[in-house]
Write a protein that binds this ligand. Structure first.
Ligand SMILES: *[C@@H]1O[C@H](CO)[C@@H](O)[C@H](O)[C@H]1NC(C)=O
Length: 255
């Protein structure tokens, strides 16, 4: 009996050991301790970016670039994004006593929320190279960013409930027509307003610029039920929305 118990305990800890080794999202065979240590280090870097403990990073740590590249292209990134959208959907279906007066509002970010910049970052180091605004804007001007499909569905569900949709992006006014064309080409339409950064907003931090945009909406009488965005600067600060839904993005951080 005692021997059986010892055997069972040994077996249980073996299972726990196997499960732990197998847990890592990258699901690669752990061949040695150093590789395993690096994966843990990069995964904890990534999760702490999402938790907003690591703020304002300019570059993905060089030793984690491969990991972030793998993550941003993985089914885990898709699953994480879909879960965030699903939670927004659940909240939306029960939260809001919509008054049908045209003043219910929901805010979306544009890049890496409605549209994906992953095709650009594939060619530019997945956050491991210093962001070159000229090159990124030239890519955006082509208007070829794909939609994030799960966000596209949520966008239409919210709109179909009569909620007004505001797109608040920190990108420049000069990208307006390319952005509108891109959005329409991949299936977005019927938003209420696309708010972009004019010259006068250029000196402001992203977070302040987005707070002020929300302030203007509140002054116009809108009730902001939710924000869906990939940046903390889209959801932090006052006035706050009733709920916020953060999509993953380990490639860049806009302060
Ligand atoms: C951005 O890229 C262009 C084209 O490669 C280059 O000429 C320019 O110097 C870069 N800018 C910065 C700030 O690195």
């Amino acid at each position: 009996m005692a021997r059986n118990l010892v055997f069972m305990l040994a077996l249980t800890s073996l299972y726990i050991g196997l499960a732990a080794a197998d847990w890592n999202i990258l699901n690669k065979k752990v061949t040695n301790g150093a590789a395993s240590g690096l994966k843990s280090y990069c995964e904890s870097w990534r999760i702490n970016v999402e938790l907003n403990n690591i703020k304002g990073f300019e570059l993905v740590p060089q030793e984690c670039v491969d990991f972030i590249k793998h993550y941003m292209k993985s089914s885990q990134y898709t699953a994480d994004s879909e879960r965030a959208i699903e939670e927004a959907r659940l909240y939306r279906s029960s939260c809001c006593s919509l008054e049908g007066d045209g003043k219910d509002a929901w805010i979306f970010d544009v890049d890496d929320t409605l549209l994906s910049t992953i095709p650009y970052f594939k060619k530019h180091g997945f956050g491991g190279e210093k962001l070159n605004a000229t090159l990124l804007e030239a890519w955006m001007k082509q208007g070829k960013a794909p939609a994030l499909d799960h966000t596209l569905k949520l966008f239409h569900e919210i709109k179909d409930k009569g909620v007004k949709i505001f797109l608040i992006s920190s990108k420049s006014e000069t990208l307006r027509s390319a952005t509108v064309d891109n959005l329409i080409n991949v299936g977005y339409h019927g938003w209420c307003s696309l708010i972009l950064r004019g010259l006068e907003d250029d000196l402001m931090k992203v977070q302040q610029y987005k707070s002020e945009a929300r302030q203007r909406l509140i002054k116009e009488g809108y009730r902001i039920w939710g924000i869906t965005g990939d940046q903390w600067s889209s959801v932090e600060g006052l006035p706050a929305a009733k709920r916020t839904f953060k999509l993953p993005n380990s490639m860049y951080y806009l302060s």
